[in-house]
Structure formats: C-alpha cells, structure tokens
Design a protein around this ligand. Structure first.
Ligand code: DX5
Ligand code: ZN
Length: 225
C-alpha cells in the first residue's frame, strides 16, 4: 500500500500561504489538504475557490480539497476550475450523494467522500464503487488542533476490512488530531492518507516532523503492534 502525508493548511500562517506551501512541499508533503468551511455545515468559515486557485498557482503537489459545506453540489465546478485535484464531500451535507460524486468524476477529479465521527459506515455503502477515497473524520469537523477520537480507530479498521473484502482500490484518509505520536495507530488500523494540520504546522521543523511521521508509518506497517 502507498502512504501519503497531507498537511492541512488550516493550521498554516495564512498571511504567508505561498511560503508555507513551499515549506511543506520541501519537507516532503505528498498532497496539500485544504479545508473549505461555510459556517453552516460546520461553525467555522475558512476559504473559497479563489484561495484554492491562488494556492494552485504555486503548489507543485496535488490539492486535496475537503468541502465542509452544505449543498456541495452547487460549488463543484467552482472548485474543479480552481484547480482541486481531489474533491471530497460529506453525505451529511447533500441529499443526492451519488449524483454529486458522479459529477466530481465527470469533472475529471479524484472523488472523495467523508464521514463525521458519528455517521455510520453504512451511509456510504452504496457509493463505495463511485469513489477513490473515503475520508474518515477523527475529530468533529470545524477546527484544527482538536484531540483525536480514539473510538475512530475501530471505524477505520472496519472500513478497511470492508474495502479489502470488496477488492476495491479505495484509499482511506484520516483527518483530525493526528501527530507523530499517534500516526502509527491510525495506519495500523488501515488508513493510508494522513492529514495533519497542527501536528505539522505547529512544529518548528516541518521536514523533521514529516520524516518522523514516515518513520513511524514504516515501522507500524512492517511490524505488528
Ligand atoms: C477539521 C479539518 C482538518 C483539520 C485538521 O475540520 O477537516 O483537516 O485541519 O487539523 P488537526 O490536524 O490540527 O486536527
Ligand atoms: Zn480536512
């Protein structure tokens, strides 16, 4: 399995976004994770398509756009045009999930679906063949810097076993509260795309932090716990 590290710009210095993007790329980021929040689906408000487009102008790695907005189907073209490479939406935010996911595919983007901690895996049972990635929230969405919810480890394990049983080429992205000291637990459970905001941007040396995450990931997948 391939493992990817996706620093979340939510914890970056927004006044120096371009520099922060190149710094994490130099530090070894595989993707840049962008959190779009509308003040309705989640209490916080962050960025829209114009900031995604700005980041796209200087980013070298793919942009992983996580939409935490109601009725995401209304904004898919805008984020696709802005340069998103992966677009992830929440079933809790849309009535016609399959149609919205199919639209992302039609726009030529990688398709992601994301679940809040309390949403059961059955919410995506009938769209698993329509997606490239499932993002499991390991905190309640809305803010960076929250504590990882330990009960989510079992949810990741269960999803990984369902995906393997079905033989589907679907990535599992884990998002929220992941740092160097718990990344092993998350990948051992079956996640292979790791989002980390404060766990990377809250440290002094991004290169050292990402290298340590990779070392912990390698160890976790090569040796049993
Ligand atoms: C939370 C966002 C996350 C957030 C993670 O709603 O989806 O991507 O930036 O931040 P940390 O890693 O600090 O929990
Ligand atoms: Zn996110």
């Amino acid at each position: 399995m391939d493992y990817y590290i996706a620093p979340s710009l939510l914890s970056a210095d927004f006044g120096r976004l371009a520099e922060e993007v190149s710094a994490v790329e130099k530090a070894g980021a595989d993707l840049i994770h962008l959190d779009v929040m509308d003040g309705r689906f989640v209490p916080n408000i962050t960025i829209g398509p114009s900031v995604v487009a700005a980041v796209k102008r200087y980013a070298k790695v793919p942009l992983d756009v996580h939409l935490m907005i109601v009725e995401p189907e209304r904004s898919l073209e805008a984020f696709a045009d802005a340069g998103a490479d992966v677009i992830t939406i929440h079933p809790e935010a849309t009535t016609h999930l399959q149609r919205a996911l199919a639209r992302v595919r039609e726009l030529g983007k990688k398709v992601g679906v994301s679940l809040n901690p309390s949403t059961p895996l059955s919410a995506i049972e009938w769209v698993l063949t329509d997606v490239d990635m499932v993002l499991l929230m390991t905190v309640n969405p809305g803010f960076g810097g929250q504590a990882f919810l330990p009960s989510m480890t079992g949810k990741i394990e269960l999803l990984r076993s369902q995906i393997s049983r079905a033989g589907l080429p679907v990535d599992i992205e884990a998002d929220g509260g992941i740092k160097t000291d718990n990344v092993a637990e998350v990948v051992r459970a079956g996640a292979n795309v790791i989002v980390s905001g404060s766990g990377i941007f809250g440290t002094k040396d991004y290169g050292k932090t990402i290298a340590e995450m990779r070392k912990n990931i390698r160890r976790a997948v090569s040796a049993p716990a």
